[in-house]
Design a protein around this ligand. Structure first.
Ligand code: HMG
Length: 397
């Protein structure tokens, strides 16, 4: 089978985060409900100048800077997002200039709730497998800002960030299995965001049930596909879309019980098979499209060297809904590549903000997209949304 997969990963997160124990106190909720009940610790808080374009550009630049990979070799760029900034112009167009991608590249945006990045990744795999790549790489960038109304049940499950993936025919991190995946689609009303809203509408408990139904469907389809193919092997680790840590725990129990384990047996495998993938998501919160790949980054950061040669299961979910189960094998040498990427660095250089600062930042959302140039802050060496001039969004850095 052709080796196609993820060659490198770059992450970008906003510079401020909120400690969820602080939020719990402000909302009159026991902190244990957020920390143990939902499995969340901190959530990223995006300022207006840290929009989905800026996060995507900073994640991609970081990927190229830490690996030395050449943006000039990219032939396909897909941006997965559900918090785009324009109904027509895709984030991929800004990204193309801000990252210095070649003019002879195809670039566009993909949307299906949290699934858009996975749609891009599967397309990139097919593009390479078909021979269309001609030795070029694909850049798949997942970028989002997860917003629910203040004081709603979804509030502690917000977050923001971008994950950039370089996909190639000589992957140095994770060799995927082209053509071998399980898909699931059903029309449901679990989570959506009408065009006039910045924050999402969600039927929270129903969304948990929809996620689990989709996982069951996609996982069994994947198992059937594996049984009919010549690709076999146990999964050493399993990673999931992580809207909040507890959801991944529920997902793992559900899929392992579909394997025939009793509930206690399924739970007993969680610490070994899943826990390290949840460390980064617990620091950042839900990043929608990038959530599964933030979990992958967390897993590889902590365990890539030990996992070389092992097979990893991946579950992607997008509300609405669509899901995919697929797998990949950690490549020999991935440990030293993951160390070189310093995937945890963006998480280490952040500032804890207070609940009132967070609420002030959220109050800026209403006119963030129409503020004139000069009212936004930019950090040295990073891309930032500088404001609007004549209806045009201006990016600096
Ligand atoms: P809620 O109603 O506030 O919470 O909303 P709850 O009452 O269901 O409690 C949550 C858990 O905390 C429960 O545990 C409680 O027992 C426990 P569980 O039964 O789930 O195991 N608990 C406590 N634990 C310790 N100490 C305490 C305590 N109190 C309670 N004192 C909900 C929770 C997730 C529904 C809400 O936060 C929400 O609506 N979030 C947004 C929706 C979401 O994330 N859905 C996930 C599936 S859909 C998805 O993943 C797609 C998505 O990413 C979007 C996309 O695709 O684009 C969202």
């Amino acid at each position: 089978m052709t080796q196609i997969g993820i060659d490198a990963i770059g992450i970008s997160v906003p510079h401020a985060y909120l400690d969820l124990a602080d939020l719990a106190q402000a909302r009159g909720v026991p902190p244990s409900k957020y920390v143990e009940g939902l499995g969340v610790r901190r959530m990223a808080v995006a300022a207006p100048w840290e929009d989905a374009v800026a996060l995507a550009a900073n994640a991609s630049r970081r990927l190229f800077a830490t690996t030395g990979a050449d943006p000039g070799q990219v032939g396909l760029c897909v941006v997965g997002t559900e918090t785009a900034v324009d109904h027509s112009k895709p984030i991929a167009a800004w990204l193309h200039r801000l990252v210095g991608l070649p003019q002879r590249a195809r670039s566009y945006e993909a949307k299906h709730a949290c699934f858009g990045g996975t749609a891009g990744l599967l397309t990139a795999m097919d593009w390479i497998a078909s021979g269309s790549a001609h030795e070029r790489t694909a850049l798949v960038v997942c970028t989002d800002i997860a917003r629910y109304p203040l004081r709603s049940a979804g509030e502690p499950t917000q977050g923001a960030g971008a994950v950039a993936l370089l996909v190639s025919a000589r992957p140095r991190l994770l060799a995927l299995e082209p053509g071998l995946s399980g898909s699931y689609t059903a029309e449901v009303n679990d989570f959506w965001r009408p065009l006039h809203r910045k924050d999402a509408v969600v039927d929270g408990h129903h969304s948990v049930a929809c996620y689990l139904d989709a996982l069951g469907g996609a996982y069994m389809a994947w198992k059937d596909a594996c049984a009919a193919s010549d690709v076999h092997g146990d999964l050493g680790r399993r990673i999931y879309h992580v809207p909040y840590g507890k959801m991944a725990r529920k997902a793992h129990r559900h899929s392992r019980m579909l394997d025939g384990l009793a509930e206690t047996e399924a739970d007993a495998t969680f610490a070994r098979e899943v826990a390290t993938s949840l460390a980064f998501p617990a620091e950042v919160g839900n990043v929608y499209t990038g959530s599964l790949y933030l979990a992958l980054a967390s897993l590889l950061h902590h365990e890539a060297a030990a996992l070389e040669g092992q097979r990893i299961g991946l579950f992607s979910y997008g509300s609405g809904c669509v899901a995919e189960y697929f797998a990949g094998r950690v490549v020999s040498g991935a440990g030293s590549v993951a160390a070189q990427l310093r995937l945890d660095a963006p998480l280490a250089s952040r500032r804890r903000c207070t609940v009132s600062e967070y609420e002030s930042i959220r109050a800026l959302d209403a006119d963030a997209d129409s503020r004139p140039l000069g009212q936004h802050e930019a950090r040295d060496g990073e891309v930032a949304f500088a404001g609007v001039e004549g209806e045009r969004r201006i990016y600096v850095g």
